[in-house]
Design a protein around this ligand. Sequence first.
Ligand SMILES: *Cc1c(COP(=O)(O)O)cnc(C)c1O
Length: 609
Amino acid sequence: MNNYGLDIWSNNNFIVEDGQLKLNYKSMPSLLQIIEEIRSNDVRGPILLRFPHLIKRQIKSLYSYFDKAMNENSYKGKFNAVFPLKVNQFPHAVEAITSQGAQFNYGLEAGSKAELILAMSKTPIGANITVNGFKDKEMITLGFIAAQSGHNITITIEGLGELETIIEVAKECNLKVPHIGIRVRLHSAGSGIWAKSGGMDAKFGLTSTEIIEAIKLLREDNLLQHLSMIHFHIGSQMSDIAPLKRALREAGNIYAELKKMGAEALDSINIGGGLAVEYNQHTHSKSRNYSVEEFSSSVVFLLKEIMDAKKVQHPNIFTESGRFIVASHAVLITPVLELFTQDYQEKLINFKEVNPPLINELIDLNKLLNNKNCIEYLHDALDHMESILTLFDLGYIDLQDRSNAEILVHNIIKKALYLTSSNPTNELEELQVRLQERYLINASIFQSLPDYWGLNQHFPIMPLHNLNSVPLRAASLWDITCDSDGEIGFNPEKPLYLHDVNLDEEEYYLGFFNVGAYQETLGMNHNLFTHPSEYTIHVNDSGYEITNEVESKNILDILESIGYEKNEILNKLKTDLSSSEFITEKEKDDTLAKLQIFLKQNGYLRTTY
Ligand SMILES: *Cc1c(COP(=O)(O)O)cnc(C)c1O
């Protein structure tokens, strides 16, 4: 049995029961059942499922651990969280965050003009909006408009130039001034592969000299009463908690110093995001060395310690965790279309009347292989194969002989693996790896797992069913793009074993987990494969409800989205077909009708499965 590391990455969100993967919530539907229901409406290709209850779970856990830590430490400040839109701006993800977060007054963070407009239209009045990233005068004016419209908005400056612009806008218009935040440049850097946001050479933030200058400017222009927050973000997916603690000490002391310098309205520290997600599905390496509980109690404890020592009121704590909040809520499900070792079938052997002696020996080895001799016979077979390949290169045997030999040797290895499967040697394990089966999945890695392609970020992968039989095939996954990078290769250190399935008789679905953060907007339309069809699943006590269907774009829409004229393409296809020869008018009409149907479907493959 293989549980695919469920106990490591799934946080009890899923369980295996009766050989199927099920949601560990309320009526506990199996993912297979949900997928089959969706596909019964003729939906084909990859499917993205969103589970809002998993967002709620993350939000609740963040709030309850901070509440607990604040209570235990008699901490006086409040805890607030905003969701950074760059992590997932898709409407049904944002809708799930704002609805599941409503009771916590959950806010949104924006890093660009478009995100700010989205935040202004989706944040309930009273919840927080924070704005980070580089800003021009227009974007800063948008912040004033948001404040004027009643939003609780903080614009965090990334440099003195932005502060000067804020001062300019405040002078020029009569709109309400938003809260002002300062992003501090820390000398301590983060950890993990995304840790480029902290440190002296960081892209963002003010140095201590610039912070002093900022206070001076704010005071001169009578805006110091709007400075409410200092902010830092040490990078995403922090693998280690130590750099966060260093950053907190630094930022905490900066905060206390600013209070002493007369920044009276300053009342919040925003610790950014970076809380890591467990993507690992193998026991020997973990994605992070801390729990959410340790994270929250470290933050609260350290800030209290610093403030008490400097006799400064405890600040409110803001977080901008993105990955941690949404990664688990989305699951990508892809059908397997084909397995690529079927070509080594014994029935394809075509012996000659007189075979080369080495082939005759392979025939005997294949026939006589048993429990006792299998290792020895396997070695002989591998040895013969080497010789046969050399003979082929030298021109002594032909392609048919080579093919026969490959099938025989493949068979011998398979039998040996089977006979030793309860107790495999290292050598056999290695062979297993070399004989990996390629599973063709109806999806694009570029579109749906761009961080795998770009950063080699591993996502947990497992079948949705067949989970009460032992998976024996070392698997690599091929996507349907015609790009050799569209492959998740077999990795002996993080092996994926899948089941031997006969796709003519059964379907086989793979789930890719924790794909709810960053993957969707980073995904690209390579080969013109677009976003998978997506659905929101609300699980209740008696079953589940499928809502918010967004079908993957159809072929004409894909072409239109990159600038082609739909009608021009359609008309050209029609005219060419109509003016063609050698088929009847009826056949033309039928073909046209067929074409119309094809063009209204998405670009993923439509085999039976
Ligand atoms: C990207 C970003 C975040 C979110 O980081 P996660 O690792 O997804 O939690 C938070 N704050 C800022 C300023 C960011 O740029």
